[in-house]
Design a protein around this ligand. Structure first.
Ligand SMILES: C[S@@+](CC[C@H](N)C(=O)[O-])C[C@H]1O[C@@H](n2cnc3c(N)ncnc32)[C@H](O)[C@@H]1O
Length: 308
């Protein structure tokens, strides 16, 4: 599952960076073109998605356990699957099911396939590379569709919601999971020399994100109803995962704050940028590698919607 990332401003003429935890609304299909540096960015994003999946694993398992399915689904699609946070949680929750994992990023799908092989579940996973904004990939007739942190990246999510309703078997369930925003990692009064730094970074990016990912943080209930679904459940999960969870928390915070720096650098005063650089410096005694007060804080909302 992905919570989302800050979307770096992109130079004119360059296709949008494939999103991770909160990238732009319309990623370049596949996002793997070395000429634009996409391979590197997709690799970074894939790593961030993997770390996020590790940090949020228990929350994802609790969401898949909550899904109000009438019968165990046998055919599942994971839309905007990324590196497979949802795919692997669903395979664990529904041991008889096969998952079709759909994403526009070849890098993410490769990673997902490798992990499926490593976990011995490759036979239960089919990957489909497709831009959900552009086409109508052949996805069979699933009883369960899942989309986590993916819908807000789409250019026309209303169209895709209608498409998902048509796709599902009658009585099938759509699980839509969305984060409130990019996670926070530092206490509000941190760091000591520039308290409130992290929040100022997000404020500096607010206009940019309102333009790039306008659907992020939306209430998806009305959109689901308008697409012909019956919303049968809604659940908010508050996430607070501290360092005692394991080393992934520190690595995820480092990776996430690096991306935040990349996105916000131009909009920050020099003192804030310097403080952010100290936090990201592994040699600096004030660096986040040495902070015991790091935690991943965010909120996820899940909607369960049935095709009548
Ligand atoms: C924030 S990530 C979430 C990944 C995964 N669902 C998770 O929870 O970790 C969003 C994913 O949506 C994919 N994506 C964004 N726009 C897409 C589109 N138009 N068609 C297909 N996939 C898309 C991205 O490549 C990325 O893997």
């Amino acid at each position: 599952m992905a919570v989302m990332n800050p979307t770096p401003p992109r130079p004119a003429g360059v296709a949008p960076t494939p999103p991770h935890p909160a990238g732009p609304a319309s990623p370049a299909p596949g996002g793997a073109h070395t000429a634009t540096g996409h391979t590197h960015r997709s690799d970074d994003q894939a790593e961030l998605l993997d770390l996020e999946a590790e940090v949020l694993a228990e929350h994802l398992a609790s969401l898949t356990a909550w899904l109000p399915v009438d019968e165990e689904p046998r055919r599942i699609v994971d839309l905007g699957c990324g590196t497979g946070a949802g795919t692997f949680a669903l395979l664990a929750r529904f041991p008889e099911a096969e998952v079709t994992a759909v994403d526009s990023s070849a890098v993410h799908l490769d990673r997902l396939r490798e992990r499926a092989e490593a976990l011995g579940v490759a036979g239960r996973v089919r990957v489909v590379r497709a831009d959900l904004d552009a086409g109508r990939p052949e996805l069979g007739r699933p009883e369960l569709a899942w989309a986590s942190s993916a819908m807000h990246h789409l250019a026309d999510p209303g169209r895709v919601l209608r498409r998902v309703r048509e796709l599902l078997a009658p009585g099938g369930l759509f699980a839509l999971v969305e984060p409130a925003g990019f996670p926070r990692f530092l206490p509000e009064d941190a760091p000591e020399d520039r308290p409130g730094l992290e929040e100022r970074c997000h404020t500096a990016l607010a206009d940019h994100h309102a333009e790039q990912v306008p659907h992020r943080g939306a209430d998806w209930g009305p959109g689901l109803a308008a697409a012909g679904f019956t919303v049968v459940g809604e659940r908010v999960v508050t996430v607070h995962v501290d360092r005692s969870h394991g080393p992934a928390v520190g690595r995820y915070a480092l990776s996430g704050l690096r991306r935040l720096r990349g996105a916000a650098a131009r909009a920050l005063p020099a003192e804030d940028l310097a403080a952010l650089d100290r936090l990201l410096d592994s040699e600096d005694p004030r660096g986040i590698g040495r902070r015991g007060d790091l935690a991943v804080r965010t909120e996820l909302t899940a909607w369960a919607a049935r095709r009548p």
